[in-house]
Design a protein around this ligand. Structure first.
Ligand SMILES: [Zn+2]
Length: 363
């Protein structure tokens, strides 16, 4: 972007030298910036969603799922969100670079690839600080938009799936769901989707109009095994269950996995000597690993939290100029620093408020 000659008659500036909204320069440049920002936000959102899907895919290959021992899925999720935020940050700068330099006219792949929008050197402390700042902002925004870190893992079919939310479930006993509970679960399922695969089954006709089953979580067979554990029997703690909406397809898969695992378990108890020597089958983990459901790369799984990439892109390129975005080592560092300062101030305010409350209670 080239700044116009200040002596030209059409350029009007305010007291601090910024162009007035009524000037022709503003029309030419700032209004196009809005368009550039919208493109960058779309690119950022797509980059974020793709990075999350890639992480889900990688985790599937590594036999990880929502059923993997906590807090491993959450920790991987935090690292994924940080990486995805950084990717969105870089993609938004690249998108800005391409739309403002009008490279569409003379599409030069070498030029596009050779000009890094973000200078990043591992031994440069300021570069590293900026990268961590971007990751941190992304993690906070993701959480603020209602995202959960563990839900990036593939869904285990025998534990809570990636799309399970307690406030979209019903309390349950060992009994089957009552007719009214079934109607309620059907309604929840059509609204928020299957807790395992996320699908709302909009285009499915279902079995006799039924698209969602009230899924006992944990499943009955799993609970039976869990409650039989010596420490639960000793302490008298029984596992509590809830009903979650699960689509008929996932429900069928879960049934198949559990019946096979239960047969295997039976063999380790009463099969041949060789079979009895094998360790007991853990029914809870049967739906994870190779049996887990991959929910990446599907349009219907786009959620509000995927906009984190768009927010990062907007922070990076919206309403600022090329000097901040592409120069000074790139990445609109000043704005991310301001964001952090603001956050620290608020945290301090919040901490002081809590301290004051505690003092007040102690008095
Ligand atoms: Zn499903």
């Amino acid at each position: 972007m080239t700044l116009p000659d200040t002596s030209s008659s059409y350029f009007q500036s305010n007291s601090v030298g910024l162009p007035l909204a009524t000037s022709a320069w503003y029309d030419d440049h700032v209004s196009s910036t809005l368009q550039t920002s919208i493109i960058a936000a779309a690119v950022g959102t797509a980059t974020f969603a793709t990075t999350l899907s890639l992480s889900t895919f990688l985790q599937l290959k590594l036999r990880m799922s929502t059923g993997t021992l906590a807090p491993i899925p959450s920790l991987i999720g935090i690292a994924t969100v940080g990486t995805a935020s950084l990717m969105s940050h870089i993609a938004s700068m690249k998108s800005y670079q391409m739309s403002t330099h009008n490279w569409k006219k003379s599409f030069d792949t070498e030029k596009i690839l050779s000009f890094p929008p973000l200078h990043f050197n591992l031994s440069n402390r300021r570069d590293m600080e900026h990268v961590f700042r971007v990751c941190l902002v992304g993690i906070i925004v993701y959480k603020g938009l209602g995202g959960r870190f563990w839900s990036i893992s593939p869904s285990s079919l025998t534990t809570l799936g990636s799309f399970a939310r307690t406030f979209h479930s019903l309390p349950a006993t060992v009994k089957y769901a009552s007719p009214s509970e079934r109607i309620k679960i059907e309604q929840i399922g059509r609204k928020v989707g299957c807790h395992t695969c996320g699908s709302r089954k909009i285009f499915s006709r279902g079995k006799n109009g039924i698209k969602f089953i009230a899924d006992h979580m944990p499943p009955q067979a799993v609970v039976k095994q869990m409650n039989a554990a010596w420490h639960r029997r000793l302490l008298g703690f029984n596992v509590k269950q809830r009903f979650y909406p699960q689509c008929i397809d996932c429900s069928g898969k879960q049934g198949g996995i559990l019946s096979k695992a239960s047969q295997d378990l039976l063999k380790t108890k009463s099969g041949s000597l060789l079979e009895r020597m094998k360790p007991n089958v853990n029914l809870s983990s049967a739906g994870g690993g190779i049996n887990a459901h991959f929910h990446g790369f599907r349009g219907y799984n786009l959620r509000l939290e995927h906009l984190t990439g768009g927010v990062i892109a907007a922070i990076t390129v919206h309403n600022t100029d090329e000097r901040n975005i592409l120069h000074r080592r790139g990445g609109n560092r000043k704005r991310f620093l301001e964001f952090q300062t603001e956050l620290e101030k608020n945290t301090k305010l919040f901490a002081n408020y809590i301290k004051a409350r505690i003092r007040w209670i102690q008095q």
